[in-house]
Structures are given as C-alpha cells and as structure tokens.
Unconditional design. Structure first.
Length: 581
C-alpha cells in the first residue's frame, strides 16, 4: 500500500462521512412533518416507543442524532424518562438500516438484474437525478430530495474509494496481525468504542468496518467484538449533549450508555463462552459486508430483547447513577439540542409563542378590568405577566434567530419569520396592559374621577378592544383566516372611536366638565387602547401574509381595506355594534 492508496483512503473516508452527514441533514428536513407526526403519536407503551425510535432513526440514519434529540425532549419536559428509554432502544435497531444499505456494495454476480442492485450501477443515475433536482428545481422539498440522492451517491462513492484503497492490505502481514490482535474480544470492543467515539457515528464506523472487510483479513471473530464496541462508542455524542441539561436529560443519556454497556457485557460474555467451549468455524471465516450488517442487526435486536422487559430496572439504575437533589427539577422549553430536528424545534417555539400570546392577551384584558375597578392583586398579576412576556420574547427571539441560521426547510423558515414578527406585537400588548394599570393607579393616587360620560365611552372602546384581542388571538393560535380578516375592519372602527372620544373630551374640557389632570389619564388610556388594536392588526396581517406567502404586511392590509366588499360590510357592522351613547 503506497502513499497514493493512503491519499485515496483519506479522500474516500472524507467523502463517506460528508455524504452521510448531508444525506442525514436533508432527510431530517424532508421528513420534518413526519417526525413531528411520530412525536405527536408517542405513548407510554413500550412497543410504541420502540417503534418510534426505530422509525425516526431509520429515517435520519443516526442513532446518535435520535438520542441527542431525546435528551433535548426530556430536558424540555416534552418527554418522560420512561418514554425516552423505549425510544433509545428502538434507535439502536433503527441505526442498523445503514449497514444493510452499505452491504449492497458487496454484491458480486454476473446476472444483469442482480448487478443492477450494486450501488456502483445505480448511484450515477441517482447522482444525475439529484443534481438536476438540486440545481434546476425551485421547490424546496425537491431540492432536499436532490440533496438526499447526492448525499447517498457521495457516501457510496466514498465507500467504493475506501474499499479500493484498502484492497491491497490483504497482502500486508502487519495488517493481518492487527486483526488477529482484535480477535481478543476485549481489545475488539475497545477498538470499536474508540473509533465510534471519535467520529461520533456507529453507522459510519460500521461502514468503515465493511470497507475493511474487502481485504479478507477481517474475520467474524474480530468483527463481532468491534461491532459491540461501536454501540458503546456511539454514546459519547449523547453524553456530551447532556452537559448542562437537567437531571432527567442526564438520565436519558445514561440510559443510552447503560443499555449498550449492559447489552455488550452480557452478549460479549456469552460470545467468549461459546468461543472457549465450541469455537465455531465461522469465527475464522472472512467477514463480508452483508455478514457485518447481519451481525450488527442481530446484536442490537438481542440487546433490545434482553433489556426491553427490564426497562423499569434500567430506569431505577440511572436514577441511582444520577440521584435526585434538593433543588427542584427545571425544564428548558427551548433546548438547542432540538436543533438536530429543526421542525420539532420550531414546534416548541410555537408552543412557547402560543403561551406568550395567551399571557399577553390575559394581561390586557385584566387591565381593562382594572380600569373599571382597581384591584392591587390584579395589578400585580398583570405586571408579572408583562415580565413573563418580556422573558419569552427574549428567549424566543434568540432561539428563532439561531434556528433560522441553520439549514431548515422553506416552510419552517417562513414559520420562523412569522413568529419573529408577531412575538414583538404580543410583548407590546403586555406593555400597554401595564401602561393602562399605571393610568388607573395615577387616577386613584390623585383621587381623580372620570365623568360618567367618559366611563360609558370607556366601556364601549374597551369592549371593542376585548373583541379585537379575541380575534387576533384566535387567528394566531388556530391560523384562523376568517378571524384574521375581521381584525382590520374592527381596528379601523377603534381608530375612529379614539378620535371621536378625544373630540368629546376636548368639548368637556371647554365646558368645564372634566379636570385637566383627569384628562391626561383619559388620553393615555385611549392611546394605549388604540395602539393595542394596531398590534392586533399587525398580528392578523402576519397570519394572512403567511397563508399567502407574502411578507409585505402594509400591502396586504391596504388590499383588505381598499378592495374588499366584505371589509366594508364588517366595518359597518362593527360601527353599529360599538356606537357611542
């Protein structure tokens, strides 16, 4: 093996790892909705969780990514430790799919139809289709499909390059001696664990082992312990990801490690026993790519069969390894570990944004109550809600910006942009709630009273604002375009109400029916109520923009006002409904 073979090996390994990475990322984006659907169907049942882990890992081709995702779910409070255990077990089986795909490279037959199954026969076609989809098609989903095909072709090309580069090692005595050394099961397990921990992918390390198998020097006696070690090494990714997480998330990472160590320990002991007592002839046979894929699957299935009935004991074990503390458990709803699956990370953003929206609307409605009858408890609750919305906007904005910077689908990108635009409006609504409370407190502290006429007028505009808040919230929470379409007409009515109430107030001042100090408080209230309606209009406009793939908010609102008979009818209806006394 000369320097050129070494360079070819390095290049092939690089292409293999790169292809696996970009294919996995594209699969995650392409399967985002399906992953979200799988998560929604998740139950506490053992087999449901097992199948979920198997399915997700088979799709994204990485048990490490699935386990990191699970750690993020547990850290966010989205999943219990019991659910996580079953999913992690399923992930170990799902990751074996990659080895079966890679084993196709070992097909050797003169039959035309069988040769067509060999990757070197069909990957050029896949690469050609992939580059057409990626370069010449504008649809994002088809671009991702093209990236999947290109990633797979790159991966298989890297695999073939590695196999060709190491083929000459079959005649190198030192290489043969190395694999004779790995027939010591303990050394084999250590080698597999270290290699996988370094490249952080058991699928990739199994692929490398399959590439080395073409030398004919990798016996089943050496390959099987290495495969066992690879399962342990892949835990490194989850353990690293659990740093800084809560107790249950750390326990989920420990489940992955404990499951693989116990499984490898039990079956390695049985393997050593069989090797000592019977020493099957198969152990000295050269391992094929297909044989390695079979061994990988059988080992992981056996581990799951062993541990699935003992999942309760496994839960107690990791609870002992990561004990409870006196500090209460905390959850991070927006965990950056979820970036491994952007569609699910975005779903968590939606959940936090929905909660923020309901909090902001609740604060403003509470402020309307305070305007009618002041309550210190209600005022304190409103301030607490405003603080909470400030916090939510800060963490959501930061998280969404980081998420948007990653390679996410066009649909997810639009949703992230929509949320970024709207959370600011909800935060400002909560600010206006506090402003209204302060106006009410100022009137109370100065022992000022609004006139009876002003109280009646305040009731009218307050009812209109309460109505527009409900419409905007419904539009946001349920993507309700009907509710969104009504907001702009009501906002125009509220604008008109504000101007008319300002005019009436000036007339009262001129007639001496209202004091100047009380008038300042009254004008502040009107301003905050009208601006609340403006933010509701922005929210509804964003909902409608998103539905029509249009980011020009002002143009959308102008089109609603100017070109819609429905708008005119709604405006007339709200004008009658909120007529001044």
């Amino acid at each position: 093996m000369d320097i050129f073979n070494v360079l070819t090996l390095i290049g092939g390994l690089s292409l293999f790892l790169f292809g696996m990475s970009i294919m996995g990322q594209a699969l995650e984006r392409r399967a985002g909705e399906q992953l979200r659907s799988l998560l929604e169907r998740l139950t506490t049942g053992k087999f449901a969780g097992l199948l979920t882990g198997l399915g997700v890992t088979a799709v994204i081709q990485s048990s490490s990514a699935t386990t990191v995702m699970v750690v993020g779910f547990v850290n966010s409070g989205l999943m219990t430790l019991k659910q996580a255990i079953n999913i992690i077990m399923g992930a170990n089986i799902g990751t074996t799919v990659t080895a079966w795909i890679l084993s196709l490279a070992g097909i050797d037959s003169g039959n035309l139809f069988i040769r067509l199954l060999k990757p070197s026969s069909f990957t050029p076609v896949l690469a050609f289709i992939g580059i057409i989809f990626y370069m010449f098609v504008t649809d994002t989903k088809k671009k991702d499909t093209g990236m999947i095909l290109l990633g797979f072709a790159t991966l298989m090309f890297g695999m073939e390059s590695m196999s060709g580069a190491v083929a000459g090692l079959r005649d190198v005595p030192a290489f043969q001696q190395m694999f004779l050394l790995f027939k010591n099961p303990v050394l084999g397990v250590l080698a597999g664990a270290v290699l996988t921990a370094v490249i952080q992918s058991s699928s990739a390390s199994v692929g490398i082992l399959q590439a080395l198998a073409v030398t004919g020097q990798v016996s089943y006696g050496a390959a099987i312990p290495i495969i066992m070690g690879q399962n342990i090494g892949t835990c490194a990714t989850a353990l690293i990801s659990s740093v800084g997480a809560n107790r249950n998330a750390k326990r989920a990472a420990m489940v992955h490690l404990s499951f693989n160590i116990i499984g490898a320990g039990v079956w390695l002991s049985i393997f050593c026993l069989l090797q000592t007592l019977f020493y099957p002839v198969l152990l000295d046979e050269p391992a094929s790519r297909l044989g390695i894929a079979v061994a990988h699957s059988v080992f992981n299935i056996l581990c799951t069969v062993l541990m699935l009935p003992l999942s309760g004991l496994l839960e107690r074990l990791v609870t002992t390894l990561v004990p409870d503390t006196k500090q209460p458990e905390t959850f991070s709803e927006l965990d950056e570990r979820l970036f491994t699956t952007p569609s699910i990370a975005l779903e968590r953003c939606q959940t936090v944004a929905f909660d923020m929206a309901e909090t902001a609307v609740s604060a403003l409605k509470g402020a309307l109550c305070v305007l009618r009858e002041y309550s210190p408890e209600t005022a304190a609750a409103i301030r607490a809600k405003e603080t909470r919305t400030d916090h939510d906007e800060d963490i959501l904005g930061t998280y969404l910006v980081k998420l948007s910077a990653r390679q996410i689908s066009e649909l997810d990108s639009r949703e992230a942009a929509k949320l970024l635009k709207m959370i600011g409006d909800f935060e400002r609504i909560a600010d206006h709630a506090v402003n209204l409370v302060e106006s009410a407190e100022e009137l109370r502290d100065k022992e000022l009273r609004l006139t009876d006429a002003a109280v009646k007028e305040l009731a009218v505009i307050s009812a209109a604002v309460s109505d527009i808040l409900d419409l905007a919230l419904a539009a946001f929470l349920h993507n309700d375009l009907t509710a969104a379409s009504k907001v702009e007409a009501l906002e125009q009515v509220i604008d008109r109400l504000k101007e008319r109430l300002r005019t009436r107030h000036i007339l009262r001042l001129q007639k001496g029916g209202c004091t100047i100090d009380a008038g300042f408080g009254w004008l502040d209230m009107l301003t905050n109520l009208e601006r609340t309606a403006d933010h509701c209009s922005n929210i509804a406009g964003c909902v409608m923009d998103a539905a029509h793939d249009n980011l020009n908010l002002h143009q959308s609102l102008r089109e609603i006002r100017d070109g819609s008979e429905d708008f005119q009818e709604q405006y007339r209806e709200y004008t009658r409904k909120y007529a001044l006394p």
